[in-house]
Design a protein around this ligand. Structure first.
Ligand code: PAF
Length: 276
């Protein structure tokens, strides 16, 4: 595994490769990231992981400064899984103040975007920059960030990017909590409580499969249940997988999405479902 920090080092290393598979990350790697790396390997070719905490996708009151930076530990985990790690400084990615941005589709202002204005604009902009630098044939993103994956797919499709976007399944702790770098902000009691988010989504899924079709009542009940246990809920939303618009009676493939805070920690999760 080669660690590089500049775009020119990366380009030199990749110049002779005809197939590149890419996994962008913000580091502080956990099993969810590592399973994406293993999945990347299955596509054949040179596997590149990036580690870059992107200031553009954090709001002024968010955890950019606090976000864990653990490059040495990350490289140790990646050593046998990838060929190249690209870990640029902020000045390498933004040598001048970024003045050109990707304008994401309007769904970027809903769900997580409603609580995080500008987040998806900053995310889409760095993802496009990274794709232009790495020039992969395939790029993988975790399904835990379901809305992010949706927006990246829209961007790649509508801008005719020559890259296949692939989603990786969410990896969970034994109690069901979706793995996330932000889980480490939870104290012991919050960590025990945190698994309730996934249980709530599974409960909704079971009700939907049984035929419960008062979608808004299911969402409202979930918000009440979480709130009663001390969560501050941003949203619980039952949507179509295809466009992340609210589920209708014509929906075949849906997804239940939620974001809620425990103390200062904002957790995300989602569960897909299919009506037969
Ligand atoms: O999901 C993440 O870790 C980030 O949003 C990404 C895709 C690496 C862009 O900074």
């Amino acid at each position: 595994m080669l660690l590089v920090s500049t775009i020119s080092q990366l380009s030199n290393r990749l110049s002779a490769e005809n197939r590149v598979i890419f996994v962008p990350t913000m580091g502080n790697l956990h099993e969810g990231h590592l399973s994406l790396m293993r999945q990347a390997r299955e596509y054949g070719g040179c596997v590149v992981a990036s580690i870059f905490v992107n200031p553009l996708q954090f709001g002024p009151n968010e955890d950019f400064d606090q976000y864990p930076r653990t490059l040495d530990a990350d490289c140790a985990k990646l050593h046998d899984l990838v060929d190249v790690v690209f870990s640029p400084a902020v000045s390498e990615m933004y040598p001048v103040q970024q003045a050109v941005f990707i304008e994401p589709p309007s769904i970027a202002n809903q769900l997580c975007g409603a609580a995080r204005p500008g987040h998806f604009r900053g995310m889409a902009t760095i993802v496009l920059k990274l794709l232009n630098i790495v020039r992969p044939q395939v790029a993988l993103f975790g399904k835990k960030d379901y809305q992010q994956l949706h927006i990246i797919r829209q961007m790649a499709g509508q801008l005719n990017l020559a890259v296949e976007i692939v989603g990786g399944e969410t990896v969970r702790a034994p109690d069901g909590l979706a793995l996330s770098s932000r889980n480490q902000y939870l104290d012991e009691a919050q960590r025990r409580e945190s698994a309730f988010l996934y249980r709530t989504l599974q409960h909704i899924r079971r009700e939907l499969i049984k035929g419960m079709s008062c979608f808004e009542a299911l969402e409202a009940q979930a918000v009440d249940d979480l709130t009663a246990r001390g969560w501050v809920v941003d949203y619980v939303s039952i949507c179509n997988q295809m466009d992340l618009q609210p589920v209708t009676h014509n929906t075949q493939e849906g997804v239940i999405l939620a974001a809620a805070r425990l103390g200062g920690t904002r957790l995300l999760d989602n569960v897909e479902f299919t009506f037969n």
